[in-house]
Design a protein around this ligand. Structure first.
Ligand code: IDP
Ligand code: MG
Length: 138
């Protein structure tokens, strides 16, 4: 894949609202990846059914739709060699309470006592997901 690898990052609604877009972009640039596209987007259920296709039948999907459509997000296309893997490491593990310090989720996420795992960012998990997800938001 080399230099042509791209990934999708979403600054999720609670993080957008807290003004964390700049910090997410700062870390992406400090890491050395390139920004290929940026947009403020708002999700609806149809888009989220595509974006989270693998989770549509999970028990938490309706809560996930409510969370992810609760306000605007920043969508970012990031480019760079192995950036898919790199951004997943920068994001940290799914649960923000236990995500390692130094990661976006570990440094800026927490449990707010809601039904959702509010964890600051989404980052694509494979080249196939990345290309599929980029088409949904751009
Ligand atoms: P990931 O974002 O680290 O790839 P996934 O397991 O793919 O994690 O889940 C997608 C998103 O769905 C998570 O980031 C989180 O916001 C939400 N989520 C995952 N599991 C649960 C759950 O059990 N309850 C509520 N929300 C969840
Ligand atoms: Mg995932």
């Amino acid at each position: 894949m080399s230099q042509s690898e791209r990934t999708l990052v979403l600054v999720k609604p609670e993080a957008f609202k807290r003004g964390l877009t700049g910090e997410v972009i700062r870390r992406i640039e400090a890491k050395g990846y390139e920004l290929e596209a940026l947009a403020v987007v708002t999700a609806d259920e149809a888009k989220l059914r595509e974006h989270y296709a693998e989770h549509v039948h999970k028990h938490f999907f309706s809560d996930l739709v409510e969370y992810m459509s609760s306000g605007p997000m920043t969508a970012i296309v990031v480019r760079g060699e192995r950036c898919i893997e790199g951004m997943r490491v920068m994001a940290g593990s799914t649960d923000p309470t236990t995500a390692p310090a130094g990661t976006l989720r570990g440094d800026f996420g927490r449990d707010w006592g809601s039904n959702n795992i509010e964890n600051v960012v989404h980052c694509s998990d494979s080249p196939t997901s990345a290309e599929r997800e980029i088409k949904i938001w751009f």
